[in-house]
Ligand binder design. Structure first.
Ligand SMILES: NC(=O)c1ccc[n+]([C@@H]2O[C@H](COP(=O)([O-])OP(=O)(O)OC[C@H]3O[C@@H](n4cnc5c(N)ncnc54)[C@H](O)[C@@H]3O)[C@@H](O)[C@H]2O)c1
Length: 391
């Protein structure tokens, strides 16, 4: 393989334009984008023009069978993944695949099989675990677990042994969004399968990353399988992850808040721009820079208050939702995930979110949907977690 890679982009919609293209442009190990492929000629042309792709096509096999192409980036709608991955893997291309990896277990099986049989590198873009604010949140929680330090005024239980539920960690995610974020294709049972598969996979994957080798054992979910839900995932150790999502919120306020509660401390992340640490003495809040800032003149203090000021100024200027999204961007880890994938290909090392991680998120998301449908908690089965694919 040449020292610098040749890219084929399949799916040239909003996300490819906003993130895949810019990610490719900044990576020093990529020489060129040979193909922009989309079933919409307009989208393929737009992408090709912006990122100087050499050719456009509406047929993904032009890209997957091209001997010059080393790496395929997939940013199609969800239902299109399997044939693209199968063809790309068969022709030895490495694959960076947008989330979700697939919508069903059967699709996951086909993808895992294709990836393993052809020994290619495969990465699903569940990138939040590489966001600097999230990395810092985990670091602070682990430090507190290893070396608990409490505020001097805190009442620390000394008269009895701790109960089991006092020894574990709770991880909470609150997501609020405007439903206009989600096109009907995301909610359609065939092209998107709703927001639990389409988006909650991000946080199910994040919970598994946070709790590392702790195996999930039970899931219970409530609400609607389409877009307004809650999920509680318990782990073998007693650790638990809880997420609530409402589509009835506003872009005026950030989308995500994460909280980790453990042994008299609370570690809080506000939308990738600010972390607050409570319960440990001498801990300051941390502020994280934006990756794109169309309002550098306001909110210079950064953090949550800076972000809110920038957003308010931005609302006065933006005319479309797309403009609104693209003009101020927090660091979700998108660039880091992509660069880590390119490094995995270069160095023949595991990717940060491989085909099994991608499957786990899809499996848990589908189990959550089932739990809503039957209005009951469901076990995470050992054999399905410890997935076995004979190739
Ligand atoms: N990692 C993240 O945080 C994140 C955020 C947003 C979206 N995404 C994912 O990115 C993907 C694309 O999302 P989007 O918002 O850009 O959607 P989009 O509808 O704007 O783009 C999808 C594009 O894929 C094209 N397409 C569909 N089937 C195709 C096929 N067989 N061959 C070639 N092109 C095909 C469509 O014409 C469309 O232009 C989705 O899977 C979504 O979940 C990831």
């Amino acid at each position: 393989m040449s020292e610098k890679f040749v890219i084929g982009q399949i799916g040239c919609g909003l996300f490819a334009m906003a993130h895949h293209g810019p990610n490719v442009m900044q990576n020093p190990y990529i020489s060129r984008i040979k193909w922009a492929c989309d079933i919409s000629e307009k989208k393929a042309k737009e992408y090709a023009r912006k990122f100087k792709a050499e050719k456009i096509t509406d047929s993904f096999t032009d890209v997957t069978t091209d001997p010059e192409v080393d790496i395929i980036l997939i940013a199609t709608s969800h239902e299109a993944r399997v044939p693209i991955v199968e063809s790309a893997a068969k022709h030895g291309k490495h694959i960076f695949c947008e989330k979700p990896m697939a919508m069903t277990e059967w699709e996951c099986y086909q993808i895992i099989r294709a990836v393993r049989k052809n020994k290619i590198k495969f990465c699903v873009d569940y990138m939040r675990s590489t966001a600097p604010a999230v990395v810092a949140l985990k670091r602070e929680w682990l430090e507190h677990k290893k070396n608990p330090e409490h505020q001097s005024w805190r009442y620390v239980e000394t008269k009895r042994e701790k109960f089991l539920e006092e020894k574990v960690t709770d991880f909470f995610v609150r997501v609020q969004d405007e439903s206009a974020s989600y096109g009907l294709r995301h909610l359609d049972p065939f092209t998107g399968r709703g927001l639990i598969v389409g988006e909650a996979g991000h946080w199910l994957d994040l919970a598994c990353w946070l709790f590392d080798n702790d195996r999930p054992v039970e899931i219970r979910a409530w609400g609607s399988t389409r877009m307004r839900y809650g999920i509680h995932l318990s782990f073998q150790s007693g650790n638990a992850f809880t997420i609530t999502m409402t589509p009835n919120g506003t872009f005026d306020y950030p989308k995500e808040v994460y909280e980790i509660a453990h042994d008299g401390a609370l570690f809080r992340m506000e939308f990738f721009v600010e972390n607050q640490y409570y319960g440990r003495p001498g801990k300051e809040k941390e502020i994280f820079p934006l990756t794109h800032d169309s309002q550098p003149g306001v909110g210079r203090q950064g953090g949550l208050s800076g972000y809110l000021e920038k957003q308010a100024a931005n609302h006065k200027k933006s005319t479309t939702l797309k403009e609104e999204w693209l003009s101020i961007q927090t660091n979700h880890g998108l660039e880091k995930m992509f660069n880590a994938f390119i490094d995995s290909v270069r160095n023949n090392t595991p990717t940060l979110c491989d085909e099994i991680d991608g499957y786990h998120a899809t499996y848990l998301a589908n189990l959550a949907m089932k739990s809503i449908e039957v209005n009951h908690p469901l076990p995470v089965s050992v054999d399905k977690w410890d997935y076995y694919v004979h190739v």
